[in-house]
Design a protein around this ligand. Structure first.
Ligand code: KG4
Ligand code: ZN
Length: 333
């Protein structure tokens, strides 16, 4: 099975070629246009996808050494994501399938973050996946391929959003997650204790209160100690915010492990690139002797390799779509 994967759900235009279980190319065109707005501007994202989709796909094909007519199928993200952005990738994929007589496979972006773990690895079912990205935060019980139960999810902001929004308050550039991660490594996570919402309640998350508490904390410290003190302790504050976010994620993951008895744990989504989270989850799984799978950095953030591999797994089950495939903005449960 030779598959071209296409991803355009947010601010990354990506294409990858996956042939018989081997990833041959993985091209990502990131959109820097959003930096100055401090967040993704949907209309600008759609236009940027439109501009780079052809060249991104062409490059992925060239690097793979395959011609379009040698492929079997195109796997494309059809949700969840920004509607205009999704439409660019989906329309392109449909046109490409028509032109080259290929099968079409619609892929759920969140599923793809989970199955990114299958690009270089073979995790065993049943699995428990902590899916943490800029738009979602979920604990998903995967009992067998594509049998997913969401055990817990965020009631407001996603974990990535919590990093990005608190980072913005600290004056970090968008997306703040990776910068916060870098600074946190050199700071003291116990410098200040930020709140961890719903810690002792079920498996749901809430991160919107953290943003407010960081805002009030900064206002208070600025007034009492001055700006220079804040600058001096920026890395300590980054470490303390990261501690609050990753602490609650791992606490809930631990609870889900105890509830389900699952022995295979997966990290998925952009925030799984976070070093403090990785360290904590590794420690947890080591302590419980569980099998932990974390994708390579390049497969944690949005990419098309994860779309292609998910398409491959669906194709193996005979799951194809026709040209009436529609995009959807929000997760369908
Ligand atoms: O999965 P992803 O690339 O896109 C979505 O589907 O949302 O995730 C992007 C999110 C952003 O919020 C970004 O700040 C966060 O992942 N992120 C990180 C790190 N790398 C990316 N957050 C914390 N630490 C990181 N190292
Ligand atoms: Zn994503």
């Amino acid at each position: 099975m030779k598959i071209l994967g296409i991803e355009s759900s947010c601010d990354e235009t990506a294409a990858a070629v996956y042939v018989n279980g081997e990833l041959l190319s993985n091209v990502v065109a990131s959109q820097s246009i959003h930096e100055k707005y401090g967040g993704v501007v949907p209309e600008l994202a759609s236009r940027a996808h439109q501009k780079s989709i052809s060249s991104t796909v062409r490059q992925a094909l060239e690097e793979s050494g395959y011609r379009p007519d040698e492929l079997d199928a195109v796997a494309v993200t059809n949700g969840p994501g920004l509607m205009g952005a999704l439409l660019v990738g989906l329309s392109f994929a449909k046109g490409f399938c028509l032109r080259h007589n290929l099968r079409l496979i619609g892929v759920n972006h969140m599923d793809a973050h989970i199955y990114a773990n299958f690009i270089e690895d073979k995790p065993e079912y049943p699995m428990l996946s902590l899916v943490v990205s800029g738009g979602h935060t979920q604990i998903v019980h995967v009992t067998e391929p594509f049998e997913h139960t969401i055990l817990g999810k965020t009631r407001d902001d996603a974990a990535g959003e919590a990093f990005d929004k608190t980072g913005k308050l600290l004056g970090l550039p968008y997306p703040a997650g990776p910068v916060m991660d870098r600074y946190a490594k050199e700071g003291n996570p116990k410098f200040h204790r930020f709140p961890q919402a719903l810690l002792n309640e079920g498996l749901d998350f809430s991160f919107s209160g953290l943003k407010t508490s960081v805002l009030y904390y900064l206002e208070k410290v600025r007034e009492e100690e001055g700006e220079v003190y804040l600058e001096k302790h920026l890395k300590d504050i980054c470490a303390s915010v990261s501690e609050a976010i990753t602490g609650v994620l791992v606490h809930k993951l631990n609870r889900a492990i105890d509830q389900t008895g699952c022995r295979t744990i997966l990290l998925a989504g952009g925030v799984s690139a976070n070093s403090m989270l990785r360290e904590k989850v590794m420690k947890l799984c080591d302590g419980k002797n569980l099998s932990l799978h974390i994708p390579k950095m390049a497969y944690c953030t949005d990419n098309a390799a994860m779309i292609a591999v998910t398409g491959f797994l669906k194709a193996k089950r005979g799951e194809f779509d026709d040209l009436s495939l529609k995009p959807y903005a929000t997760q369908q449960v």
